[in-house]
Design a protein around this ligand. Structure first.
Ligand SMILES: Cc1cc2nc3c(=O)[nH]c(=O)nc-3n(C[C@H](O)[C@H](O)[C@H](O)COP(=O)(O)O)c2cc1C
Ligand code: SF4
Length: 690
């Protein structure tokens, strides 16, 4: 296959100051949870993107000084010369494949708490980010920066830029985005200074200009100097001399940076989940930048469609197609378009599990791409997999996310695979969930695997095929993999935060009942202590279907854990717009006679809500009926030729989609592997040299 000429424009080279990107595919700065403590994993992860065809591959945010310490969030450092080697591992890997390497130098200002360095944070006017969510809350208020602090900052940036050049980077950033220090100078809420750095827009831009200038001087024309900037707030602010303050800022700096990297301001709009935003959602904020500068412009927007990418370029919105999540979900996206294989792109589903992993402080993970972060420590490659270790056959029972990923990866290894699915179609829980508000995009998990499986003649999928233990013993496969999923329980939630006390009877439902079309009567109470997406999505679905719905949760917010995936603000907005009544910090204690009784968490004060249908979205348990039946007949396995029976995904331990896909993939990778190759290598920081 060869490249579709329609996409040729994406493969044109682009000059960025003194360096040239081989094409327009730009893997923008994004943290990967690996920091300087896992330098080989990090280098390998970024090298894989270069191998996959990205013209530029960037680091995540890299702190320039201990006064910018984001602990416990996983950030990288370039604080002294010892840090150089760790980054050089990445630039070597990226250069090996002909890509440019970019580094985002970062100072967090009043948005960090310096929990580890214990230095006072810094901000233009002593103002701090008063986050209301527990992950970002802190008590340390920043010091108001004086002239000496500003000079010190410029020196730190210059020193870090010099080190970046030594580490082999081709593009060095000034980062004025997302609430961090240079951005704080741009916004009047943060910046109430009365000196040359505050007041007018020209004054507020001064620090960014000076940071760009010292960076340029430090790299001595050897590296391009990029400016990453958030423009959403500024674009919304009126200006006396331009359409907005964002226009003023861009015009003032027009040709100072070699590259403009433009983005939005807050995590939920910048790294927008597909539940609430579509591909290309940044355009209305950043579309003017190219009209004010002659420098190339890169922007993001969960771009996975080459037609959308081409359109952005042809319409003069962007010069380079930036990607964080699409480059995680498919590091080989550019190579696939180049080879005319765009239908093979493993498209990001916009679930933001990757961003959750950063919030959790662990190496990046991805629902679509189970190999991400595992390139070095497990030796997994996103496009290559070991050939089968034996000529054996595998039966996979269940064609949900885990079963499909397992069958696909086993099929690619060359095993003879049969997939038996009890339902009339594949998909498992996603068959219903993708019909819920905002979740259609998650169907890409199925679509991609369905399409890929169709190309494998050694994998057969049998739908409408509910197997019993007897059937499995009769057909006699060498390995049996059970991906039979999990079931929602009708349990309530105790004051000790443990699911206890089954609630049965008319009017009590679980998500599976709704999926099966159970008739509900209003008013409905959705009781959510699962805390992920299902409770809020069901509440919205039922409300939009005409029910009067109350949403009850013992947590302080709706869908409390979605603070990690950037979805929570929009979840609240969605519930409000669907007129769902919200009852937080509340436990359901009883349900009878058209009334549900709530206990207020912590005070035990009782309240009652009218309720005809109670939907409990609490905990799930593995559906291991088939596993139990098979293990009860373990003495017959040998006679049937069965060597192993293994549970994967939710059937083993219920989790998020990302866990199911990973579990299926791991099984496939590890089948017939030598025991000593199982597990993973542990990375460690490079030793400091004397
Ligand atoms: C896991 C993850 C980590 C991120 N870390 C950073 C970061 O360190 N610096 C930064 O400027 N942006 C960061 N971002 C934001 C992205 O660079 C990008 O602006 C955003 O994800 C939108 O692009 P996309 O739609 O291509 O994902 C991160 C995004 C993700 C998903
Ligand atoms: S985790 Fe989800 S949002 Fe992140 S890259 Fe993967 S599919 Fe996309």
């Amino acid at each position: 296959m060869s490249r579709n000429p329609r996409y040729d424009v994406l493969f044109e080279s682009v000059r960025i100051g003194p360096v040239t990107a081989r094409n327009r595919f730009y893997a923008v700065p994004h943290a990967a949870g690996m920091t300087n403590t896992m330098p080989h994993m990090r280098a390998s992860f970024r090298e894989t993107k270069a191998e996959g065809g990205w013209g530029v591959v960037c680091t995540g945010y890299v702190s320039i000084d201990p006064s910018s310490d984001d602990a416990p969030l996983p950030y990288a450092t370039l604080w002294d010369d010892h840090d150089i080697r760790s980054h050089a591992l990445m630039t070597d890997g990226v250069h090996k494949h002909g890509a440019l390497a970019g580094i985002e130098l970062w100072h967090g200002g009043g948005s960090v708490m310096n929990r580890s360095s214990r230095l006072p944070p810094l901000s233009p006017s002593g103002t701090s980010w008063m986050a209301t969510h527990v992950n970002f809350m802190g008590h340390q208020r920043p010091k108001l920066m004086d002239a000496q602090d500003i000079r010190a900052l410029l020196t730190q940036q210059a020193q870090a830029a010099r080190r970046a050049r030594q580490a082999g980077f081709d593009i060095v950033y000034v980062y004025a985005g997302m609430g961090y220090l240079p951005y704080e100078f741009l916004l009047p809420e943060w910046n109430q200074r009365t000196d040359a750095y505050g007041g007018s827009v020209a004054n507020r831009v001064r620090l960014v200009r000076e940071l760009l200038e010292v960076t340029q001087e430090a790299v001595g024309g050897k590296c391009a100097v990029a400016l990453r900037i958030s423009l959403e707030e500024l674009r919304a602010r009126p200006s006396a001399s331009a359409p907005s303050q964002a226009h003023e800022v861009v015009a003032l700096l027009a040709d100072v940076p070699d590259l403009w990297d433009v983005k939005l301001d807050s995590a939920p709009t910048d790294c927008a989940p597909s539940r609430f935003s579509s591909e290309g959602s940044h355009e209305s904020v950043i579309d003017f930048v190219k009209t004010l500068t002659r420098r190339p412009v890169v922007g993001v927007g969960r771009f996975t469609s080459p037609d959308t990418m081409v359109s952005q370029i042809r319409r003069g919105v962007l010069d380079l197609i930036g990607a964080a999540r699409p480059s995680i979900a498919d590091p080989f996206l550019p190579a696939k378009i180049d080879a005319g294989r765009e239908q093979d792109i493993r498209e990001c589903i916009g679930c933001n599990i990757c961003i959750s992993s950063w919030h959790y402080g662990v190496p990046v993970r991805c629902t679509q791409n189970p190999t991400i972060g595992e390139e070095w420590r497990r030796g997994w490659h996103p496009e290559r997999i070991e050939p089968a270790g034996s000529a054996t056959s595998v039966l996979v029972v269940g064609a949900g996310p885990a079963g499909l990923e397992c069958a696909l990866s086993l099929g690619r290894r060359g095993y003879e695979v049969s997939v038996a699915e009890a339902a009339d179609d594949i998909g498992g829980r996603l068959r219903f969930e993708t019909r819920l508000p905002g979740l259609a995009g998650w169907g890409r998990v199925l679509d991609w695997r369905r399409e890929q499986l169709q190309r494998l003649s050694n994998v057969n999928v049998y739908r409408g095929n509910r197997l019993t233990a007897g059937d499995i013993l009769e057909v006699g496969y060498t390995h049996v993999v059970l991906a039979t999923g999990a079931r929602w329980a009708r349990l309530l939630y105790s004051a000790l935060e443990i699911p206890v006390g089954e609630l049965h009877g008319p009017g009590v439902f679980t998500p599976e009942d709704i999926a099966a079309g159970a008739p509900l009567r209003s008013p409905v109470v959705v009781y959510d202590f699962d805390n992920y997406y299902m409770g809020s999505v069901l509440a919205e679905y039922l409300a939009r279907g005409g029910h009067s719905v109350s949403y009850v949760t013992p947590a302080g917010h709706a869908a409390a854990s979605t603070i990690m995936s950037n979805e929570q603000p929009q979840v609240h907005r969605a519930l409000a717009s669907a007129s769902v009544a919200l009852h937080t910090l509340s436990r359901v204690t009883a349900f009878a006679g058209g009334v549900v009784t709530l206990a207020t968490q912590f005070t035990e004060r009782e309240r009652r809500l009218p309720c005809e249908s109670l939907v409990i979205v609490g905990t799930r348990f593995a559906d291991d009926t088939l596993y139990g039946a098979l293990t009860a007949r373990a003495d017959e396995w040998q006679g049937s030729g069965i060597r192993s029976v293994t549970r994967i995904g939710d059937a083993l331990a219920p989790g998020a989609l990302v866990d199911a896909v990973y579990s299926g993939h791991r099984y496939a990778r590890e089948l017939d592997a030598a025991p000593e190759t199982l597990g993973y290598r542990r990375d460690a920081p490079l030793e400091r040299r004397a």
